[in-house]
Design a protein around this ligand. Structure first.
Ligand SMILES: [Zn+2]
Length: 339
């Protein structure tokens, strides 16, 4: 009988259960009333008196160990079941912020899309430029204040290498390489030596448009301006043109749109005039065409340029220019819907 108990002890040590059914079978085999241990208990009655003590102890140990083993196996099975249940494949994923487009990118894209519908293609050029492409080719006088270090960042002293102050330099580069018809827009970052405040920054963004062909007139410019204004600010938008001066256009004008906040009635935003200024434009000065190798007797063209920050401020009422470059996610997340 001792041998049988020892064999069972060894057997119990290595028991395994992969399911509740396995476990139940083991329980029945060892611990039920008709199980191995119960039948040993029955046999125990016939054991000789002098062996009763030793065998009794062994038998109790066997019963205890069998019970313990079954309990351990049960616990293991339960743990495995709960960890499997935790993986719920039907559950939707955690909310995950994918980020938003920057408001300036949103507006830039919108402007580019409007011009694309008019047949304009995008042209790009370097941000570090030379004097010729930024000033001289564009008819800036030698003593023009824009050439002053007060206004322009010069990269190399005396070498006339500078950070472009407008994207018109890209127009020059295209005109030098291409004969009309030319129909391009130049979006990009520009730099001015300004003290940073809520209304001025040392860099900002522009989109300029250039159209050169035979018989391009101011009327073509005005139609384009009206179309762009209505597309950007709504079909009710009106425009007005005021005479102005730029070195590279003649005649030149600045364009106002009817205030999109008060609809032209007058409010603090438009300083009670009903109008807000949004861009500069004009007919390309014949000198600029000649500088770039285009015959001004055959071709004429118009150019216009606007600040993307300015347009974004008007569309979204952003009061402080600095917000555009501070990367504050609380500000940027407000543009999720527009992305
Ligand atoms: Zn207004």
């Amino acid at each position: 009988m001792i041998h049988k108990i020892d064999a069972l002890l060894a057997e119990i040590e290595h028991l395994k259960a992969n399911s509740n059914e396995d476990l139940e079978a083991l329980r029945i085999k060892y611990l039920s009333k008709k199980g191995e241990i119960s039948s040993l208990m029955d046999d125990f009655r016939t054991v000789a008196a002098e062996q009763k003590r030793e065998i009794g102890q062994k038998l109790n140990l066997l019963k205890m160990q069998a019970q313990e083993k079954i309990n351990t196996l049960k616990e293991q099975l339960e743990n495995r079941n709960t960890s499997e249940e935790m993986i719920d494949l039907t559950r939707t994923s955690y909310p995950y912020h994918v980020g938003t487009r920057h408001p300036l990118s949103i507006v830039k894209k919108e402007i580019c899309d409007i011009f694309a519908r008019l047949g304009f293609s995008i042209a790009e050029g370097p941000e570090i430029e030379d004097d010729w492409h930024v000033f001289s080719s564009l008819n800036f006088a030698a003593d023009h204040p824009a050439r002053d270090m007060q206004d322009t960042f010069f990269v190399m002293h005396g070498a006339d290498i500078l950070l472009r102050t407008h994207t018109s330099s890209v127009q020059t580069r295209v005109m030098e390489k291409t004969q009309p018809p030319i129909r391009i827009i130049c979006p990009g970052r520009v730099y001015r030596n300004e003290a940073i405040s809520y209304r001025a920054h040392c860099f900002f963004h522009q989109v300029e448009a250039l159209y050169i062909d035979k018989n391009v007139s101011f009327a073509d410019l005005k139609q384009t301006l009206l179309f762009v204004a209505k597309e950007l600010f709504g079909a009710e938008t009106k425009i007005r043109l005021r005479p102005s001066f730029f070195p590279f256009t003649e005649p030149s004008a600045e364009m106002d749109i009817s205030c999109n906040l008060c609809g032209g009635k007058g409010c603090p935003f438009c300083k009670y005039t009903g109008w807000v200024e949004i861009l500069g434009c004009g007919m390309v000065d014949p000198n600029v065409l000649e500088n770039c190798g285009i015959d001004s007797k055959i071709y004429s063209g118009y150019a216009l340029g606007m600040g993307i920050e300015r347009i974004t401020n008007l569309k979204y009422q952003v009061k402080d220019l600095r917000l555009f470059s501070e990367n504050d996610v609380r500000f940027l997340r407000q543009f999720e819907a527009a992305t």
